[in-house]
Design a protein around this ligand. Structure first.
Ligand SMILES: [Zn+2]
Length: 161
């Protein structure tokens, strides 16, 4: 007989901006600012991601679209690629994501796509630490403590053995 199992995820939801811890608020502001650098002529949807490194330094990136759609990059991967390239031993500890469409900041959070979840998962595996994921939208902020909450049963190098 098969067993019925459940996968669950927990996260914090903040509905008041004043409730946000200062470091989270600061990272969201950096993500919002990063969205201004988006190259999004096709979707008109600008996304910014800001990564806090273990030293406290913040690096950021935005989405970069391409006429050949799959050739573009999401903000999360732009920011993390920059962090990995330039600060290899200063590990990412959190990432905030903020988006802006033609009608402003969306009412619902924009969460990382499957590719970006896998990318964040790889980075957690490389560094051996957890990466807090902060999703901000107009009226609320969701905080996940690890990519495991957004990508359960993830594929990793452990899958090879
Ligand atoms: Zn993505």
């Amino acid at each position: 007989m098969p067993h019925n199992r459940t996968i669950s995820a927990s996260y914090l939801e903040y509905s008041e901006e004043e409730e946000l811890p200062r470091d989270i608020g600061e990272l969201i502001e950096a993500a919002k600012k990063a969205s201004e650098g988006a190259y999004a002529p096709y979707s008109g949807f600008s996304v910014g991601a800001a990564v806090r490194l273990s030293s406290g330094k913040i690096v950021s990136g935005s989405n970069v679209e391409n006429a050949a759609y799959p050739s573009g990059s999401c903000a999360e991967r732009t920011a993390l690629s920059y962090a990995i390239t330039n600060h290899r031993n200063d590990f990412p500890v959190s990432i905030a994501i903020s988006a802006r469409g033609n009608s402003g900041i969306p009412a619902q959070v924009v969460s990382p796509c499957g590719n970006c979840r896998q990318f964040i998962s790889e980075e957690e595996n490389r560094t051996g630490g957890r990466i807090r994921i902060i999703l901000a939208c107009k009226d609320k902020t969701l905080v996940f403590e690890s990519i495991s909450d957004l990508l359960p049963l993830q594929f990793s190098k452990l899958s090879f053995v």
